[in-house]
Design a protein around this ligand. Structure first.
Ligand SMILES: *[C@@H]1O[C@H](CO)[C@@H](O)[C@H](O)[C@H]1NC(C)=O
Ligand SMILES: *[C@@H]1O[C@H](CO)[C@@H](O)[C@H](O)[C@H]1NC(C)=O
Ligand SMILES: *[C@@H]1O[C@H](CO)[C@@H](O)[C@H](O)[C@H]1NC(C)=O
Ligand SMILES: *[C@@H]1O[C@H](CO)[C@@H](O)[C@H](O)[C@H]1NC(C)=O
Ligand SMILES: *[C@@H]1O[C@H](CO)[C@@H](O)[C@H](O)[C@H]1NC(C)=O
Ligand SMILES: *[C@@H]1O[C@H](CO)[C@@H](O)[C@H](O)[C@H]1NC(C)=O
Length: 376
């Protein structure tokens, strides 16, 4: 009988609108007990602000520890606040091998992209079960180098117009870009090399339409490029289903699209990575916790794709130089560097906290954890 052989944990979790009791049976490995099942779905609309579970700030930390021989590595930072917040071995990537039913149930307490709140098990897991385990770490030190991994993260900010930073950017071991990363015609200012391209299903499809008029014809597709997906919503799991099977997307806004065609022949599952919900939540909770999380619209707030890219670099590189991100004098520049003929205004989308991010980059720069390109 299950009652005699299983230990029973009862978690009492008090949400702002009611009490939910979860009873989890954790089996004794020597006996067969009924398998766990997905917990009842929680809905964002049932919470008037970010719910805070007692396991909110607990993360899987099983990334391969990096034995960095690099003296100047940001991992050796003496900055007290950074040391307290930074988890060098936080789990970065989601794959079929690191999710099980108790993980599903844990992550179902957090809204997307920080977890699976509001989603049904089968809708998400039918795609997650296809994600192969990454065979190698995202980045390794370059042979013959100084043992450090030197990275540039290049945002699309107008500050790069006429910056002449292209050569300096390309000289880094690895260059990260995201979203509408137009380089053709702008090489002198932004370089032409992309080693890691970070995107969502939305950004990879929409950027082609939005930025066509600036010469954006396809995603970066350098030989051997690594692609990183931020699974921000259900549409990303639908995208993944099509991508990993090499088929059309079956459901949702990208239905009938062929994801593989977007990667210009460079899609290769050994070089494709999906960010883990714990990593995304850790970035929000420990570095970009916006006051908006206390408001009714808490559920739409998330850091920008650019912010997640900087933090991915902070966890995979030893030195990180950041270009094309918002600085105090942002109003002097266009929204994007490729808007160079007519000055545009920076667009503030309501799901992001740009001012918080801007202060955060400045803070990381001041404590020499990143080097932020600030023009004046
Ligand atoms: C929670 O949200 C769901 C979906 O929006 C709704 O159907 C349900 O009535 C809500 N429950 C409570 C207790 O407000
Ligand atoms: C489920 O996955 C978590 C996190 O990877 C792990 O700690 C736990 O032991 C796993 N549970 C089972 C029953 O395999
Ligand atoms: C970038 O430009 C350099 C110098 O012009 C060239 O050697 C290199 O092949 C280009 N790289 C890519 C990915 O286009
Ligand atoms: C995928 O990439 C790996 C590592 O770069 C390479 O060894 C393999 O041949 C590639 N596969 C295909 C089908 O291109
Ligand atoms: C971009 O830089 C060029 C100089 O190369 C300058 O003429 C132009 O006004 C700049 N565009 C914007 C929007 O500031
Ligand atoms: C960074 O340093 C500059 C110059 O010392 C200072 O004016 C600014 O307030 C600092 N920014 C932050 C966010 O600490």
């Amino acid at each position: 009988m299950v009652r005699h052989t299983a230990r029973i944990f009862t978690w009492l979790i008090v949400g702002s609108l009611g009490i939910v009791v979860f009873i989890l049976f954790q089996g004794d490995p020597s006996v067969k007990v009924s398998p766990e099942t997905p917990m009842p779905i929680l809905w964002k609309t049932n919470f008037s602000k970010l719910p805070l579970w007692d396991f909110e700030d607990v993360y899987n930390q099983d990334a391969t520890p990096r034995n960095t021989m690099c003296q100047q590595s940001l991992r050796n930072s003496k900055d007290e606040n950074f040391k307290k917040a930074f988890l060098p071995n936080i789990r970065l990537f989601l794959h079929k091998g690191n999710i099980n039913m108790s993980e599903w149930n844990r992550l179902s307490h957090f809204n997307n992209p920080f977890g699976f709140m509001g989603y049904s098990y089968n809708d998400v897991m039918s795609s997650v079960k296809l994600i192969p385990k990454p065979k190698e770490p995202l980045l390794s030190p370059k042979p013959g180098g100084d043992g450090c991994i030197h990275c540039a993260v290049v945002g699309n900010g107008g500050i790069l117009n006429d910056s002449k930073k292209g050569k300096e950017i390309d000289e880094h071991d690895y260059v990260f870009r995201m979203n509408g990363a137009v380089t053709k015609g702008y090489e002198e200012d932004v370089g032409n090399k992309t080693s890691v391209y970070v995107h969502t299903a939305y950004s990879i499809t929409t950027s082609l339409d939005l930025f066509k008029k600036y010469g954006y014809k396809s995603v970066p597709h350098d030989e051997g490029i690594k692609y990183v997906l931020i699974p921000e919503g259900m549409r990303d799991f639908q995208w993944l289903g099509g991508l990993l099977r090499g088929e059309k997307v079956q459901l949702g806004p990208y239905r009938e699209k062929w994801p593989r065609t977007y990667y210009m022949g460079q899609y290769n599952e050994t070089r494709f990575y999906v960010l883990h919900q714990d990593f995304l939540r850790y970035v929000r909770n420990r570095f970009l916790k916006s006051p908006r999380l206390n408001k009714h619209s808490w559920g739409i707030y998330r850091p920008t794709n650019g912010a997640f890219t900087i933090f991915l670099a902070l966890h995979t590189c030893d030195t990180v130089d950041v270009y094309g991100f918002m600085t105090r004098d942002y109003a002097k520049y266009s929204n994007y560097y490729f808007q160079r003929n007519v000055k545009s205004h920076v667009t503030f989308f309501t799901n992001h906290d740009y001012m918080l991010e801007m202060r955060n980059w400045e803070k990381l720069h001041n404590s020499t954890i990143i080097c932020l390109y600030q023009r004046s």
